[in-house]
Design a protein around this ligand. Structure first.
Ligand code: 5AD
Ligand code: SF4
Length: 436
């Protein structure tokens, strides 16, 4: 087998793509590839793309344009497009950009080595199937290399919710859960290699049903792995938050008090048009139950402004909901039309209205986020340290609530947990000193 060919992967979009890129790199490791940080010395370039918002495909084409000279200098260079743009526009990419040698959709990554071999043989290779076989099982031999203290682990993929704005049900397919025993095996392996915190990933992670106890059951079983210290999960839909998962926030010490629970909008009229299948009131009641289980829970959300037919009054309802919930962090977007989704057919709001609402929404969220972060000053948090900071003698890690925390220390090692007394709240992080 040829050795030490170089693979450059550029990853766009969500954490699941980060996880998928790792797994693809591992799969290609079996073909003699090692990863490189630069496209210039690569034998294969793979773009792991995202289709969630506008201009995603355009970004891919412009990135591909930047590799044209590399392909001219190095005819053996193979270029591949993976991820959700590949799934949505595979044929079109091949047609529009002849320098692309292979296209692989998110459910076919285990076939990447074969696709690469076909590309090497001079074929154009495309695979955007939704095969029955378990891609993670086929990809299972993760090399035993040492890992950093935190890792992602995909437990669920796909979405059956069909929110009117979203391409995910089309690009990632129907909801599928990985069997719990395979997840446990992968988790134990990661922990043996140094991982102390796992973030369980799924487009609809709390709809996970690969364990008889659902996601809460899986979390409780993962919590029995002694050297695994922290568990997180993302992203959840409010309607799949069952009683046991709510309870786990109160009684499972390893489950961190931070929850990403997108609501998208605060107006019932818009929530209905978005096909979210819940009201603002139901969401608020759910947050109350979660906070009853875990009073210090930090919440994070996603918001869309400028959805078709959103009035100023509807928008105000979103601001009111945000005021009521108090988010520790949030992501907000202008609505963008996605081909093939129901909302793309509706009358669109003017761009300047969307811009204005996004600005006002982000101002509120930033203020709120900052206030909650400032409230940490004077408190003691547990920090899982991950790496050296930017300055000599500094270490950086994450609090339970996912704040970045800096501490001056020569003794802390990555992967260790320490209590830190918070002394200062900066623009995007906290700092403090170790509690003896
Ligand atoms: N326009 C704007 N934002 C979107 N999102 C998903 N689809 C769209 C769209 N068409 C946002 C949602 C989702 C997050 C991942 O991306 O807020 O929760
Ligand atoms: Fe998209 Fe999330 Fe709605 Fe599924 S639940 S359609 S992934 S926004």
């Amino acid at each position: 087998m040829p050795q030490d060919k170089k693979l450059y992967i550029k990853t766009y979009g969500c954490q699941m793509n980060v996880y998928d890129s790792e797994r693809m790199a591992e799969a290609m490791g079996g073909q003699g590839y090692v990863t490189t940080d630069s496209p210039d010395d690569a034998d294969m370039i793979l773009l792991n793309t995202c289709h969630i918002r506008e201009k995603a495909a355009e970004k891919v084409y412009s990135e591909l344009g930047r590799y044209k000279h590399l392909k001219a200098e190095k005819p053996d260079l193979k270029i591949g497009v993976a991820g959700c743009v590949a799934q949505a526009e595979g044929q079109e990419i091949m047609r529009r950009q002849p320098m692309v040698d292979l296209v692989v959709g998110p459910q076919s990554y285990h076939r990447l080595p074969q696709l690469e071999a076909r590309a090497r043989a001079g074929e154009k290779a495309l695979d955007t199937d939704f095969p029955e076989d378990d891609k993670f099982e086929t990809l299972k031999t993760r090399p035993k290399a040492k890992r950093g203290p935190t890792a992602f682990l995909t437990v669920q993929e796909g979405c059956d919710k069909f929110c009117a704005f979203c391409v995910v049900p089309y690009t990632r397919g129907a909801e599928v859960s990985r069997p719990a025993d395979r997840i446990m095996t992968e988790a134990r392996d990661l922990v043996e290699r140094g991982v102390r915190e796992l973030t369980l990933l799924g487009q609809n992670v709390n709809a996970y049903h690969g364990h008889e106890g659902g996601l809460a059951g899986l979390i409780r079983e993962l919590a029995t792995i002694e050297d695994l210290k922290r568990i997180r999960f993302t992203t959840s839909h409010p309607n799949d938050m069952d009683d046991d998962l709510i309870a786990a926030h109160g009684d499972c010490d390893k489950l961190m008090p931070y929850l990403h629970l997108p609501v998208q909008a605060g107006s019932d009229r818009i929530l209905k048009r978005m096909n979210r299948q819940h009201t603002a009131e139901q969401y608020i009641r759910l947050i109350e139950r979660l906070r009853a289980a875990r009073p210090d829970l930090h919440l994070s959300g996603d918001f869309i402004v400028g959805f078709p037919e959103e009035t100023e009054e509807d928008f105000q309802a979103t601001l009111d909901l945000i005021e009521e919930v108090r988010y520790g962090s949030a992501f907000s977007f202008k609505y963008s039309t996605r081909p093939g989704t129901p909302a793309a057919e509706r009358d669109q709001l003017p761009e300047d209205v969307k811009d204005d609402r996004l600005k006002r929404l982000q101002a509120l969220l930033t203020r709120q986020q900052r206030a909650l972060q400032d409230e940490m000053v004077g408190r003691t948090v547990k920090v899982l340290f991950e790496k050296a900071g930017r300055f000599a003698g500094q270490m950086v890690g994450k609090s339970e609530y996912l704040h970045a925390v800096h501490v001056e220390s020569d003794t802390i090692v990555p992967g260790s947990l320490h209590s830190v007394s918070i002394e200062h709240s900066g623009a995007n992080s906290l700092s403090g000193r170790l509690v003896a």
